[in-house]
Design a protein around this ligand. Structure first.
Ligand code: DGJ
Length: 541
């Protein structure tokens, strides 16, 4: 457990050294829960704490049918090539509870054993009542019990491929299975290999705005629950009276969120790991009509409803399969909220997506995870890469190799609000990051040598940069395919580099490699596709 030992040493360092990194009370722990992974909030920002310190998930998710033991040999080589610290893997309800009340934790245990051997954490994905809006992962005793666990019925009276959130039998069964999973996990994982759990997968319904079955209709005609009225600052009334045209969708969102909130709460009662749900998104600019997207799931328009209905869920996370800059960053804006820690649990695995790791960091993400990262032979093109080979992995592997040894340093700087990071927008070739006394200027497409003229941008737009403030005149900088330079806010002065050190963090310790000077600094700090991290001291003259 090399990696875990490293983290523990880092934790001790944080506790015993009067670090320049901030007040120790930041890391004050409940002594009984010192090592339990959890989400911590401070000053409107969030961090995922693992082993008592902020942690950055350098993640990837396997294909849907890749968590079976026979498939794992086609998973681990990719995990290593990507330099992951966390793997997201499904737990299939149909496997975990093949017959009612008979639980089989063997796959879970295999995953735990092998993750430990490969020195990575796990995020478990509970594929239960919902998987991409459908009930395909439910065990046969659920699938065949249409009378008690019915499908959603649309406005025309037709069943659609999604289970009703109004089935008490369905909820009881899902909740019981998930609780058993968390109970088993607690016993089998004292070292917290698993750091977070996703409850269901892309819940919601395609093909209907809500359930129109008689049972659902009766509830819809009833009163809006008081807790939701309070959260939405509304007066009492029926769903239609309170929410007008949004009533059908809001009712469905409340119903699904409430169901999943119950499942999560029961699981947390036995083992309180951080829990989240993932969203199949609406187009952020042209959402379309409810029913055309995964309606009732945690889409951007119903985040407040989910927050009120499912308080056991720590965060709502967008699955981002929109490669264009405007949409991607708009989605990040929509889910980066004062009441919602930012996490990208799934994103496309084609090269265009790799740079958004930096934009996610710039939105204070606790982690990032491209989907479909294994060599089982399945690819989800066109929303992902057409093949998974070393070339496809390279840009993701580069990012994680840069951040792999400084994940906790970066997570901490982000938690403290000292970090800014950007991905290249093909329409904007220079970005200025404001640090008060200093401005960091990120330019794309300039040569390493020579001042160049106007930055032309990269083709394709694959640049990315991160700048974090370590002291009044000291910054941590890394980038790919970008030039980073600094300007004093006081334009009567000019910047000079006092020292530019290349090195790498091991835990919280900085290991010096060399000083950049001459050609390497005369034209700004130019980053290629090499894994390079700099500590930069500045002054003016
Ligand atoms: C999003 C889902 O959450 C994943 O499980 C997977 O189905 C992808 N879409 C598509 O490959």
């Amino acid at each position: 457990m090399k990696r875990f030992r490293l983290v523990s040493i880092a934790t001790l360092l944080l506790i015993f050294s009067a670090s320049s990194f901030g007040p120790l009370e930041l890391y004050a722990q409940n002594p009984t829960d010192e090592s339990l992974p959890r989400i911590v909030q401070k000053d409107g920002r969030y961090a995922l704490f693992v082993d008592g310190a902020p942690f950055l998930i350098l993640g990837a998710q396997v294909n849907n049918s890749s968590a079976w033991p026979a498939m794992l040999p086609k998973v681990w080589p990719t995990v290593e090539k990507l330099h992951l610290n966390t793997l997201e893997v499904p737990i299939y309800w149909e496997q975990f509870e093949p017959q009612r009340g008979r639980f089989d934790p063997s796959v879970l245990h295999t995953l735990l054993d092998q993750a430990r051997q490969h020195h990575v954490h796990l995020v478990l994905l509970w594929f239960g009542t919902w998987k991409n809006g459908s009930g395909h992962y439910t065990p046969p005793f659920i699938k065949l019990d249409e009378a008690q666990v019915p499908h959603v019925v649309n406005a025309e009276g037709h069943k659609v491929d999604s289970l009703s959130p109004h089935s008490q039998v369905g909820l009881d069964a899902d909740r019981a299975a998930f609780t058993e999973l968390m109970r088993d996990l607690k016993a089998a994982d004292p070292e917290h290999t698993v750091i977070m759990v996703q409850v269901e997968n892309e819940s919601g319904t395609y093909g209907s705005v809500r359930d129109f079955s008689p049972k659902a209709q009766k509830l819809f005609e009833g009163q809006v629950p008081a807790v939701l009225l309070k959260a939405m600052k509304k007066q009492p009334g029926t769903w239609r009276q309170v929410f007008g045209d949004d009533a059908d969708e809001f009712f469905h969102a409340w119903s699904i969120a409430h169901y999943i909130g119950e499942v999560a709460a029961a699981g947390k009662a036995v083992y309180p790991l951080p829990m989240y749900v993932n969203a199949a998104l609406r187009d952020p600019f042209h959402p379309g009509k409810p029913g055309s997207y995964d309606t009732g799931g945690p889409t951007d328009n119903v985040i407040p409803i989910w927050k009120a209905a499912a308080p056991a869920i720590d965060l709502l996370a967008p699955d981002i399969y929109m490669p264009d800059y405007a949409r991607y960053t708009k989605v990040l804006d929509l889910y980066h909220r004062a009441d919602n820690p930012m996490f990208v649990p799934e994103t496309g695995n084609s090269p265009a997506y790799a740079r958004y790791f930096f934009a996610a960091l710039g939105h204070q993400a606790i982690g990032f995870s491209p989907f479909g990262m294994d060599t089982t032979g399945y690819v989800n093109a066109p929303i992902g890469a057409t093949r998974i080979d070393d070339d496809a992995l390279a840009p993701f592997a580069l990012n994680y190799s840069i951040f792999g040894s400084m994940d906790s340093v970066v997570a901490r700087l982000n938690f403290e609000g000292k970090l800014q990071a950007v991905s290249e927008d093909p329409a904007v070739h220079t970005r200025t990051l404001d640090f008060g006394k200093w401005k960091a200027v990120v330019s794309y497409g300039l040569p390493q040598f020579g001042n160049g003229k106007v930055a032309p941008g990269n083709t394709p737009a694959d640049g990315e940069a991160m700048v974090a403030q370590l002291g009044p005149d000291e910054f941590l900088v890394t980038a790919v395919h970008a030039r980073v330079d600094f300007e004093p806010a006081d334009s009567s002065k000019q910047r000079q580099f006092v020292k530019v050190e290349e090195g790498e963090y091991q835990g919280n310790d900085w290991h010096f490699i060399r000083i950049w000077n001459g050609d390497q600094t005369d034209y700004g700090l130019n980053f290629t596709s090499a894994s390079q991290v700099l500590r930069v001291s500045l002054a003016t003259y």
